[in-house]
Ligand binder design. Sequence first.
Ligand code: HEC
Ligand SMILES: [Cu+2]
Length: 360
Amino acid sequence: MSKHRGFTIVTVVLALLSIAEILYFWLMPTVEPWLPPEGGHPGDQVDWLFRFMASAAALLYTFVVGYVIYFAIAFRRRRGDSPDALGPNIHDNPKLEAAWTIVPTLFVVLLSVLSIKIWYVLQVQPANGLVVESIGRQWYFTFRYPDVNGEVTSEMHLPVNVPVTLNVTSADVIHSFWVPDMRLKADMIPGMINTIRFTPTRIGRYKIICTEFCGTGHSTMDKQVMVVEPVAQYEVWYRGWQVHNAQVSNAIPTVSSGAISLTGGSASAGQALFAQKCTACHALGPFSQRIVGPGLLGVLHDPTHPNLVDGDPATPPNVAKILQNGYTGSFGHMPDEAENGLSSKDIANLVAYLNTLKVK
Ligand code: HEC
Ligand SMILES: [Cu+2]
């Protein structure tokens, strides 16, 4: 008799607890802002699904754990009970078994339907959107825009309320593109393009963070932002980069074959290009001064460095060959001309520049 009453009381308490937990999840953005407000679509749907799943999980967890604790106490062995006393032997309750099979099955089906609806939004190309690419690199992101030459290296700007198709890949190791405010995440994998679609709806500056351990600089790969701004402001920024990048070599040069002509290479153009494309991996120091690749100050004029990393003698044509074809050796991976976005002219300029360097 008293056990039945205990059960009723526990059930009521667990129900109240569950209601409190569920309220917490739905009111959370206001009472407990540990999730930043959604900056776009389908981030709002992602949050809705998160709250729905969290509510269901809270309900299930509270009742299962609550009853386990209650039963462990209510049906414990009492003083005076025989040590081998057995409880009543219960088996087969077809109604109960059918219920605990059918209800969870329907619930899981419901969850898949709700998830697929959002997945669909992420996958289907909007009719008149903007297509942007992002490339993960050790240790920063670059961006490509239609009709902007080469790559945008600073921030990623987007016009508000315009659907975006974002294609991501990597130039070196696996990175992951994550913008918590947009509830967006996509792995950046070398040789593969992953696509996500979204519409930013809230003007602001949102951190872009790499969430895949990608080497010693991984923790610093959170310095760039996605700027969502009014269309007119975006247009100004976009035109600025069109002008800014008008002179740089196109990021996807046609892969040249055969040896590169080094005549007419400009050391000053090479120097500018070096600062832009090489200093992330190469120091202007002796060979032993390593960032990712070796220091390049003595690459052509250092008696202690007669051969290049690939074993060939340190001559301008052999340096050009490494810039053209890349090289993977004991230091790691030196990108080829396509990955570094170099034209034959760029390579001639770079070699002319490297030829002016000397270890003191
Ligand atoms: C992602 C990092 C990375 C970038 C960017 C990069 N390099 Fe390298 N580079 C390397 C690595 C790593 C090596 C050594 C490869 C090995 O031997 O394992 C290397 C080797 C070289 C060598 C041969 C050095 C020697 O002493 O034999 C030259 C020359 C060179 N790079 C020039 C450049 C130039 C010029 C650029 C800019 C266009 C550039 N690299 C961009 C990583 C990079
Ligand atoms: Cu990374």
